[in-house]
Design a protein around this ligand. Structure first.
Ligand code: FE
Length: 212
């Protein structure tokens, strides 16, 4: 169950990401610090509102949780129904993936001499609290699946753009490329910015305090 207090975790993450990007770090530093921030966010599974944690029987869901006003980053909850997976795809911008609930399998792909896409290295299994990164610099093409056959899994993704506005590509193993722009499954966003409950509690506490 999420409450306005538990949304504070997401609000504080969004504020810390904006402050980090404001400093214009190099990508390696940004990914390292951003991964630490995202790791802290996904260390607790008590804040994601149920509306952004709902699986769909046919396809994985991408709920936008926050989009930076300057387009510097976006935060998306990926909700995987049992057995669901993405096609092989790229991002064209940096991305951080933090596991919140369940488990997912990520397999990187590389193009071989004949132009076909083949798995590169072993698949990795991401468990709650763990974070991984993608980018054109460090490897941008992968395929991600729910590692659990009988359970919903949820990961929190952060991208270096409004990812729902980025033209990127899906790849078939024979090397065929299909351009696509991923959409969002929600039309309304969680309200991170209602601070009135905590402000009113502070007012009440001050009123109860004996005058000095
Ligand atoms: Fe991806």
């Amino acid at each position: 169950m999420s409450t306005p207090e538990s949304l504070a975790r997401l609000r504080e993450f969004v504020q810390a990401m904006a402050a980090l990007l404001q400093r214009h770090p190099d990508e390696p530093d940004m990914l390292e610090e951003g991964a630490a921030l995202l790791g802290r966010l996904v260390a607790h599974d008590d804040w994601l509102p149920a509306a952004y944690a709902r699986p769909h029987p046919d396809r994985y869901q991408q709920y936008l949780l926050h989009a930076d006003a300057l387009g510097r980053f976006s935060v998306v909850s990926f909700v995987w129904g049992p057995g669901q997976s993405t096609p092989i795809h790229d991002h064209t911008v940096w991305g951080l993936i933090g596991m919140l609930r369940g488990a997912e399998t990520a397999q990187h792909y590389a193009q071989n001499a004949e132009g076909r896409w083949a798995p590169a290295g072993a698949a990795t299994r991401l468990l709650p609290g763990q974070v991984e990164a993608v980018s054109p610099r460090i490897g941008d093409v992968h395929r991600v699946s729910n590692a659990l056959a009988n359970q919903t899994s949820i990961s929190i993704h952060v991208y270096g753009a409004n990812i729902g506005a980025v033209e990127r590509s899906v790849y078939l193993e024979d090397g065929t490329r299909k351009p696509f722009v991923s959409g969002y499954s929600n039309t309304e966003l969680p309200n991170l910015w209602d601070l009135s409950a905590q402000r009113n509690a502070a007012l009440r506490a001050a009123a109860d305090r004996p005058a000095p």
